[in-house]
Design a protein around this ligand. Structure first.
Ligand code: FE2
Length: 372
């Protein structure tokens, strides 16, 4: 059977300077089954509470007391013990003040002399209110704990995802490198070319302040820029001498073949502009689309400079490697015609070629290529 709150042993702290009131109310409450602690003023009461000498469920607090007024004690209790309802005890003359205490956090007030029925009823109401406060606090605490554990879970999952993404990125980069090596295997003169173009492109992109994800795709695009050469006959790639118009057209077609190869892979979508556009000229004289200026995607303009610089400083079937100085001069003279002048300026001013300096002027010859 469910017991009513009034019949359960509850603790009440009675604070009143009048010994008769303490005695009368005390007896009434003890008879009603409450545990009682009495305090003759606010200082004693606060000591009982602060030293944890008694844990009241309800506090009965007189308004008019010497030393510390009931209003001051109420403020302290509300601040330090917000879960304990306080019922004010007041004389009829202080009724206005008593009403005001409710705005200051008192649960209710009782006018002295207090009638027994009213006293017990008000205490029972206050006890129910306290149960709600405690339950509310428990739910708030549980909610906070849940939020905290949720945040921890989200953090853990984010870390796992970041790790998975990092692994995926590494795998992608490895896959792209393998693809790039496939191109280079077909044209051994270009060994290491794609990776050097990647390093140079990365440095240019970083120098002009592109975002991390843009730089990332420029790296992939730089590695893949000549993937379309897979579709160009080897005798054309290795031809030692000028190409006929028809051969040139077939060679130029590597940009379109390359785009067709990678467009089936969603991940490479941002690289398409590089693969298709790395032979476009800034003045519109390039191929395959004859785009000019900023109509050529910034990533393709970057890779065009990196590609040309590395091609000039590498040995090719039809010529030996040119010096760095020569390649830099060529970039300078090709500024505005073939290359984006702002990017050429960055390339020259920042000495970007230095990032691959240890790999420059060490061309792979046919002789040592066979030994590799
Ligand atoms: Fe190319």
């Amino acid at each position: 059977m469910r017991k009513s709150i009034s019949k359960m042993a509850k603790n009440i702290l009675l604070i009143d300077d009048d010994p008769i009131i303490r005695k009368v109310i005390g007896l009434t409450l003890e008879k009603a089954g409450f545990y009682l602690k009495k305090a003759e003023n606010g200082i004693v009461a606060m000591e009982i509470l602060e030293k944890n000498l008694f844990n009241p469920d309800i506090i009965l607090l007189d308004i008019r007391m010497p030393k510390v007024s009931g209003i001051e004690v109420l403020a302290k209790i509300r601040k330090q013990f917000p879960l304990i309802p306080v019922i004010m005890l007041t004389a009829l003359t202080d009724l206005e003040i008593a009403v005001d205490t409710m705005k200051k956090g008192a649960f209710d007030y009782l006018v002295k002399p207090v009638r027994k029925i009213q006293l017990i009823e008000t205490i029972n109401k206050a006890l129910r209110y306290r149960d709600i406060l405690i339950e509310n606090e428990r739910l708030t605490r549980e909610n906070l704990e849940y939020q905290h554990s949720l945040e921890k879970k989200v953090k853990k999952r984010t870390e796992e995802l970041m790790l998975a993404y990092k692994k995926l990125k590494e795998t992608n980069l490895e896959t792209v490198k393998v693809l790039a090596e496939t191109i280079e295997a077909k044209d051994p003169y270009t060994r290491g070319h794609c990776n050097r173009v990647r390093i140079l492109s990365y440095s240019i992109a970083k120098s002009i302040g592109l975002s991390g994800s843009e730089i990332e795709y420029i790296e992939y695009g730089a590695l893949l820029h000549d993937i379309g050469k897979i579709g160009v006959p080897e005798n054309l790639l290795h031809k030692n001498g000028p190409l006929t118009d028809e051969e040139a057209e077939r060679f130029h077609n590597h940009t379109i073949i390359g785009e067709n190869i990678i467009k089936t892979v969603e991940f490479f979508e941002p690289c398409r502009k590089i693969v298709r556009g790395h032979h476009e000229w800034f003045n519109g004289d390039g191929y395959p689309d004859g785009l000019s200026g900023e109509d050529i995607h910034i990533s393709a303009r970057i890779v065009a400079i990196a590609d040309s610089f590395d091609a000039m400083t590498s040995t090719r079937p039809y010529r030996t490697a040119k010096s760095v100085e020569y390649a830099l001069e060529e970039l300078k003279s090709g500024s505005e015609t073939q290359f984006d002048p702002d990017l050429v300026k960055v390339f020259l001013d920042k000495g970007i070629y230095r990032v691959i300096l240890d790999q420059i002027n060490k061309p792979t010859t046919l002789k040592n290529r066979k030994m590799n």
